[in-house]
Structures are given as structure tokens and as C-alpha cells.
Write a protein that binds this ligand. Structure first.
Ligand code: GLN
Length: 544
């Protein structure tokens, strides 16, 4: 029997609903249960693929090629369960499929309405096959209660609560308990109002997870329980913590997993074995040293735009027992050739993340040149790899006009568009569609690593599979010219047509990858490229 946990948020956004859901998922796993986590996003975009990272943060890509919400990244990192296309839905997707059916005449003349058609589609999504061995499906509703666009989602989960019954559905609500300094008190009113709002649409929360910056006095807990109609033990303190990986153990201490299970009538099970989280926390809080990594990108004013990269760097730090301090450096400032790069002098490694468009790209190339000349460890990801290849083509192979067609027409298209790709036996043809959604090479593709290369040593295997999200490719026609000049294309698509990994031979650590390795890095399984990059930065920091 599959049980459902619905997670909603109130009072304000950014309370950490995604992390709380991911942490609960992990705790249930550690008690021996299979979990799947799903995100329901009430916005109208079909997916976040077309949204600016400034609006939405990073776009998280799944193995099966979906562009999804960044919370799915938290789910994967905390639980190790790979997310799928079927784990994220938006209002846009629901309306699109309903309207397609309506045009085909599938509704046989019926009037199409939010209730029941939209709510039924949401329910179908929640109940759709979670895969084998799953005991709990955790569904997080994006936004906060009271948002107009979220109403059909709340109505759908309300109906599900009624249809599944309390043995199979639990509602968890995340709220804020602000501390008002002038009054010297923690205030419960916003939580009361939020729950009132939820109850007005028919949902009675079972568990309240209360974000706060200090302990909740017992009297306040009792007050919340009484006014919000929940068991006192189900008012869970969710205090601010030093690191997100401290969350599972802390929420367990407060009784989160125990209470959720108790609402399903599942009591008496042995507690979860938290050793792995405790050892991660121990490593995070007691590092042996520190390295400073310069992240040179265009969206440095919105760190969420590089969420998985930042996390993967942390994982690399965990593997090497060092704290990774990330210095976010705006690449656009270096587009101006007169601007000195001295800010890069103090870093132990440079990471050039993915990106789009010409703005800030020249600055990234200058950072790549700096790293190449100074022997600073450098890691180029996707656009960062493409731009590093162009920089090497210009500086090492004398191709002064080397460029990418992303900048418009150029003399030497070292990076350009490919018309088709294959995934396994399936042909994925990128058609010249007028719309921009889903027209990239998306999802997991295999690559073959060259024996003896740095990449092959780091991975310890010859064939890899990594997730992609890009339109342009390094042009294989330039491989020979570049390989004659100290460059190695150490990873290629199995058909040998698409460069996937690029290395500089005369450099301690300079690797560019066409894919996004950060998406598969997890605290318990740091991605080998990130572990190796941080190790190189550690060595570099001792040399300089
Ligand atoms: N803009 C580049 C492309 O579309 C790289 C994309 C990325 O870095 N994700 O190919």
C-alpha cells in the first residue's frame, strides 16, 4: 500500500520546503521505506526550461531529459533516488495536455472546467506510477497557501486526502514563527493565520513544521497545537541550522518522521540509523582546511542559479575534508578587456559553469586563459567547456577567429549547432522549431573516455553516462588541429562525433565537460570530477 505525504507552505516562501521534504524522504528511507518525491508547481510555464535563472534559479535536468524545478536536485541529493520526468508537473503542462485533448474532441462535448478536469489531472499525476518498492510518495506543492494559482492544487490534494483517508494521506504544513525583537517574543499568529487559510479550503494539517531561529517555548507549542487543531507532539520545531545536511538529524530529533508515521498508525518501528548524516555533519563542521574556488559566471547575483554546482563543490570538499569557500565572480566585468583579472589571483581553483548568450562569455574565456597560463586548476562545465575550447583554439592553435555560432556568424565555428543526436538506438532530432522549449540536447547520454587520460583516471571507468542541457556542440572537425597543440578530447560520444570531455595536457588540472556532472553529485557519493578538482585546488593552495 502506497501512502502519500502532502507538503504545503505558509506565511512566506523560502522557508526550505524542498529541503524539509527531501530530509523527511531520507528519514523514511533510513527507517527502511522506499520513497519517491514529487513537486507540483503552480506556475503557468510548461517547465522552467525557458525561465531566466534570475527568476527561477537553476534548471535541474533528469536522466530522462526533463527540465525541472531545482527542488528535484535536493530530493536526489538527500535520498539518492534519481528523479524522473514524471516527478514534476506545472499548471502549464496540465493545461497543455487538457487543451490538446479538448481540440481532439476527447471530452465528447463536455464543458472543460478547473474542477473536475484540472484537479483530476493533478490527482492522476500524484497517483501515477511511482516505480517499484515505493511505500511513500512525498508531494510538495510549490508556492504558499493563499496563492490564487495554487488553488486547484490544494483542491486536488484535499480531494485525495478524503479519497485515500487518514491511513494513506497526511498533510504537513511548513510555517514561520518570527521572533519580534522589540517585543522579545516569538509570534504564533502568522502560523495561526496560515493554518486558518488552509482549513478554509478544507485541509486540516496533521503535522506543523515551524521554522524559527530559536527554541519554541513549550507554552507556544501548546498554543499553536490548540489553535491550529493539531497534536502538541506534531508541532515540530525546525530551527535554523548551520548547514542543510544537518537538517535530517535535527528534524528527526524533533520527532518529524516519528509524527508522520504515527499519523499513519505506524508506531513502534526502530529509529532510523543516522550514522551517515552525522558523519557528513561532522566532516562539514570540522574541516582540515579550506580552499577558495572562484565561480566565474553571469548570474552570480542569484546563487540559486548555480545550486547544484555549489552543492557538488561542497561534496568535493567533503571528499577531501576541506571547506570550500566559493567566491562568486561576475564574468561580465571581464568582458571589458581593459579590466584586470586580479580578483582571480587569490583563488585556488576556477570553475566556469554553464550559461547562455554572448554577454559574460568573453569574461569566462579570459578566466580560462588566466587559469591556463597560471596553472590554476580549472573546471569548465558545458558553456564553460565550449568557451575553454575556443580560448585554446585561439591561443594555442592560432585560430584567431575561433568562436561559437551562439555569438552569431563567425569565421571559425569551433562550437556550433548539430542537427541531430542519437540516444541509444533512439534518434533525437532537433527540429528548427519556432518555440524555444525542449529544443536542447537534454538528459543522459553516454560517453567513451580515452585510456590513460586524466578523465579516465578520475572516473576509473571507460564508459560514463552524464546529463546534458545545451544546443551547441564542439565541432569535431577541429579536433586534429587542437590535439596537435596540447589539447586532448578525452571523452567522445560513442559514435565518435561529439566531443564530451576536453583536457589540457600541459597543465596540472584543466578539464572541460560538455555535460553537467554537478547534477549527479551527492553528499554520500561526491562526483569524481568534483572530488578530483577540489583535490587539485588543495594541492594548488599549498603550492602558492
Ligand atoms: N549555451 C550553450 C549551449 O546551448 C551551453 C549551455 C549550457 O551551458 N547549459 O550549447
Amino acid at each position: 500500500m502506497i501512502r502519500y505525504i502532502f507538503i504545503t507552505g505558509g506565511v512566506v516562501s523560502s522557508l526550505g520546503k524542498g529541503i524539509a521534504s527531501a530530509a523527511l524522504g531520507s528519514l523514511l528511507q533510513l527507517r527502511g521505506h522506499g520513497v519517491r518525491l514529487r513537486k507540483l508547481d503552480p506556475y503557468l510555464n510548461v517547465d522552467p526550461g525557458t525561465m531566466s535563472p534570475r527568476q527561477h534559479g537553476e534548471v535541474y535536468v533528469t536522466d530522462d531529459g526533463a527540465e525541472t524545478d531545482l527542488d528535484l536536485g535536493h530530493y536526489e541529493r538527500f535520498t539518492g533516488v534519481s528523479a524522473r520526468k514524471s516527478d514534476n508537473i506545472t499548471t502549464g503542462q496540465i493545461y497543455r495536455s487538457i487543451l490538446e485533448k479538448e481540440r481532439r474532441g476527447d471530452y465528447l462535448g463536455a464543458t472543460i472546467q478547473v474542477i473536475p478536469h484540472v484537479t483530476d489531472a493533478i490527482k492522476d499525476f500524484v497517483l501515477s506510477d511511482p516505480g517499484d518498492g515505493v511505500d511513500f510518495v512525498l508531494c510538495e506543492i510549490g508556492g504558499t497557501v493563499g496563492d490564487i494559482e495554487a488553488l486547484p492544487f490544494f483542491e486536488a490534494i484535499r480531494q485525495l486526502g478524503q479519497e485515500l483517508g487518514p491511513e494513506r494521506a497526511v498533510f504537513m504544513h511548513l510555517t514561520l514563527l518570527p521572533y519580534i525583537a522589540s517585543a522579545g517574543e516569538m509570534k504564533t499568529k502568522p502560523t495561526q493565520h496560515s493554518v486558518k487559510e488552509l482549513r478554509s479550503i478544507g485541509i486540516q494539517p496533521d503535522v506543523l513544521l515551524c521554522r524559527c531561529d530559536r527554541p519554541i517555548p513549550e507554552t507556544e507549542k501548546r498554543k499553536i497545537a490548540s489553535f491550529c487543531n493539531v497534536r502538541p507532539a506534531s508541532v515540530i520545531e525546525a530551527r535554523d541550522l548551520g548547514h542543510i545536511y544537518d537538517v535530517p538529524a535535527a528534524y528527526h530529533e524533533e520527532g518529524l518522521d516519528r509524527e508522520v508515521l504515527a499519523h499513519f498508525g505506524l508506531t513502534g518501528a526502530p529509529p532510523p540509523d543516522l550514522t551517515r548524516w552525522l558523519s557528513i555533519s561532522e566532516r562539514i563542521h570540522n574541516p582540515d582546511g579550506q580552499v577558495c574556488i572562484g565561480l566565474v559566471g553571469k548570474y552570480t547575483d542569484v546563487p540559486d542559479a548555480y545550486k547544484s554546482v555549489m552543492e557538488a563543490l561542497d561534496h568535493g570538499g567533503l571528499a577531501n575534508r576541506v571547506k570550500v569557500e566559493v567566491r562568486l565572480i561576475d564574468s561580465e566585468q571581464f568582458d571589458d578587456m581593459a579590466r584586470p583579472l586580479e580578483i582571480l589571483e587569490g583563488v585556488d581553483g576556477i570553475i566556469l559553469p554553464g550559461g547562455f548568450g554572448e554577454r559574460g562569455a568573453h569574461g569566462k574565456m579570459r578566466a580560462a586563459e588566466f587559469a591556463r597560463n597560471r596553472n590554476v586548476p580549472c573546471f569548465g562545465i558545458c558553456y564553460g567547456m565550449q568557451l575553454s575550447v575556443i580560448e585554446a583554439a585561439r591561443s594555442l592553435a592560432g585560430l584567431s577567429k575561433a568562436s561559437t555560432s551562439e555569438f552569431g556568424n563567425t569565421g571559425e565555428t569551433v562550437v556550433g549547432l548539430m542537427e541531430e543526436w542519437t540516444r541509444g538506438n533512439e534518434k533525437v532530432v532537433r527540429t528548427a522549431k519556432a518555440d524555444k522549449g525542449g529544443t536542447m540536447r537534454l538528459g543522459a547520454y553516454p560517453a567513451i573516455l580515452r585510456e590513460g587520460s586524466l578523465a579516465a583516471k578520475i572516473y576509473g571507468q571507460a564508459q560514463i553516462s552524464e546529463r546534458h542541457r545545451h544546443r551547441y556542440e564542439v565541432n569535431a572537425a577541429y579536433i586534429e588541429a587542437l590535439e596537435a597543440k596540447g589539447v586532448v578530447f578525452s571523452g567522445m560520444s560513442p559514435d565518435g562525433r561529439l566531443p564530451e570531455v576536453f583536457e589540457l595536457t600541459d597543465h596540472p588540472w584543466f578539464i572541460g565537460v560538455q555535460y553537467h556532472p554537478e547534477l549527479k553529485s551527492r553528499p554520500f557519493e561526491p562526483h569524481p570530477l568534483f572530488s578530483s578538482f577540489i583535490e587539485a585546488a588543495k594541492i594548488y593552495s599549498r603550492l602558492v
